[in-house]
Design a protein around this ligand. Structure first.
Ligand SMILES: [Zn+2]
Length: 55
């Protein structure tokens, strides 16, 4: 099981995939902070984190 995050910003193509949800959430938050100077509300983060089957 792995987790995928796609940045919801229209002008941003950032995405990541990670084996652990906590790691993915951490990286997603770091991306928002560094790239958009913003924070992701926990509820939104949970919605944007997509659980995907490992290929
Ligand atoms: Zn982004």
């Amino acid at each position: 099981m792995s987790y995928q995050f796609e940045c919801p910003r229209e002008d941003c193509t950032f995405e990541l995939r990670c084996d652990r949800d906590q790691e993915a959430a951490k990286l997603a938050r770091a991306h928002a902070r560094l790239s958009h100077r913003g924070r992701i509300p926990p509820a939104d983060l949970e919605r944007w984190l997509e659980r995907v089957e490992a290929a």
